[in-house]
Ligand binder design. Sequence first.
Ligand SMILES: N[C@@H](CCC(=O)N[C@@H](CS(=O)(=O)O)C(=O)NCC(=O)O)C(=O)O
Length: 214
Amino acid sequence: MIVHDWPAGPYPARVRIALAELGLRERVRFETVDLYKGEHKREAFRAQKNFSGTLPVLELEDGTCIAECTAITEYLDHLEGAPRLTGANPRQRGLIHMMSKRAELEVLDAVSVYFHHATPGLGPTVELYQNPEWGLRQRDRALRGIRYFDGVLRAQPHVAGEAFSMADITLAGGLIFAGLVQLEIPEGCDALAAWWDRLQQRPSVANRVALSEA
Ligand SMILES: N[C@@H](CCC(=O)N[C@@H](CS(=O)(=O)O)C(=O)NCC(=O)O)C(=O)O
């Protein structure tokens, strides 16, 4: 399988972490798509790989292209044996998907909008429309989301409950993006900071960029 990828990217990090957690590194090769050159927005990429013009995209051996990190994680998690990241029973699946989507909406996607609208983003040839006010509102939304997840992680060790799951990976993507745009974890978010410290000790997180250099 091929992962159309941006090595340092926060969303690609979600798939890199999932691949490592599932022991599937050997099943894929990475092909870099240059975001700063706008290669992901070209007609051919949109037509052949991903209509939405984003990364990552998982291309299967038969040419099928799966975009969207959650969808890719679902696919990978059901390749070999029982699912380990997306829930082993209906209740777990419901909670993991709810908290992963919440982390995506309230942190990761919010930081992404801040990056693209209230910073130079990927540069003027890619960022054809920017609304700095909207970007700043989404930055504030991300900070609110980070505070929310601090409260969640005061009550439980992982984002969706007792066990590590796709929801932790999604929130990790949000903090990776926050780091890239120098958005600090607010004072007082000690539970979230401790969770993030723990998560960064996992080889899948610590070695996520090196994964494609192996
Ligand atoms: N909903 C998509 C979002 C993917 C996404 O935004 N990916 C970023 C890659 S990265 O910024 O994380 O490296 C992208 O393609 N950004 C390019 C753009 O938005 O122009 C998903 O979950 O996969």
